[in-house]
Write a protein that binds this ligand. Structure first.
Ligand code: BTN
Length: 250
């Protein structure tokens, strides 16, 4: 039974990736939920094997949790909760943000944060979509705070909190608040309310989008998010449903 006591926080100055460290700790017997945070990541990972530039001054954290099926039935819903946590955190700093499906957080069209959700797989499982007890989940969040984003190699504009706030935010304080918000959303939240709120923060709906998923590219107008967390796109051939993918942005 997943428990909700205050989570332990493992703090590191430098790591390869908080995702990897979280699974290493789990494998060595650490009981979820717990957070892993690091000032610097040397091999930060993004979705689709992209690398994630993680210099000092950003928030790089992973919440390792045992999913609670009564609250979140699907792995992607935890990802929605994580991106909503970032939007909530930013609003405390008077920074208005929105979400680009599925989990990128944008400020004035530039990416400020990303979420990586990884479930532990066993045997020949390739992916799990439904949350399963015994399949711990690593919910990783990267948020650019005062770290230098000028050289980040990304095919879309990137920003940080510093560029969007009047006074210089302290990345340690931001990290502490994000941990508090994420913990509440992941343990006190539930799927249906999370999806409802997620829709209200979604930048994507009503816009022309191109979504890449593997070798497949679909273009059209983003119409809705359905109960599978999938993006519904109206294309020239009719409605297409994308369960996973990344929006191609410039
Ligand atoms: C993306 O937008 O592609 C997801 C980026 C996720 C980055 C975070 S930083 C903390 C955690 N550790 C990692 O190696 N990646 C995630």
């Amino acid at each position: 039974m997943p428990h909700q006591k205050e989570p332990r926080i493992f703090y590191r100055k430098e790591l390869d990736s908080t995702q990897d460290e979280a699974f290493r700790l789990f494998d060595s017997g650490e009981v979820p939920p717990f957070f892993v945070v690091s000032d610097v990541q040397t091999s930060g990972r993004g979705r689709y094997h992209h690398s994630w530039v993680s210099g000092r001054g950003g928030v790089w954290l992973t919440l390792l949790l045992e999913p609670d099926r009564k609250k979140f039935r699907n792995v992607w819903a935890y990802g929605f909760a994580a991106s909503l946590s970032v939007v909530e955190l930013l609003s405390e700093f008077k920074v208005q943000a929105s979400i680009s499906w599925p989990n990128d957080v944008l400020v004035n069209g530039s990416k400020i944060s990303g979420v990586l959700t990884e479930a532990r797989l066993y045997g020949n499982e390739k992916a799990i979509e439904e949350t399963k007890p015994g399949h711990p989940l690593a919910l990783g969040v990267g948020l650019n705070v005062t770290n230098d984003v000028s050289g980040v190699p990304a095919p879309y504009p990137v920003t940080n909190m510093l560029e969007n706030t009047e006074s210089r935010p302290d990345f340690r304080f931001v990290r502490k608040r994000l941990i508090e918000i994420l913990f509440i959303r992941a343990f006190k939240g539930e799927q249906d309310l999370t999806v409802k709120e997620y829709r209200t923060k979604l930048h994507t709906l009503g816009r022309a989008v191109t979504v890449r998923s593997g070798n497949c590219m679909i273009s059209g107008k983003a119409e809705d998010i359905d109960s599978d967390g999938a993006l519904i796109i109206r294309t020239e051939k009719g409605l297409e449903k994308m369960f996973t993918g990344e929006i191609v942005r410039k």
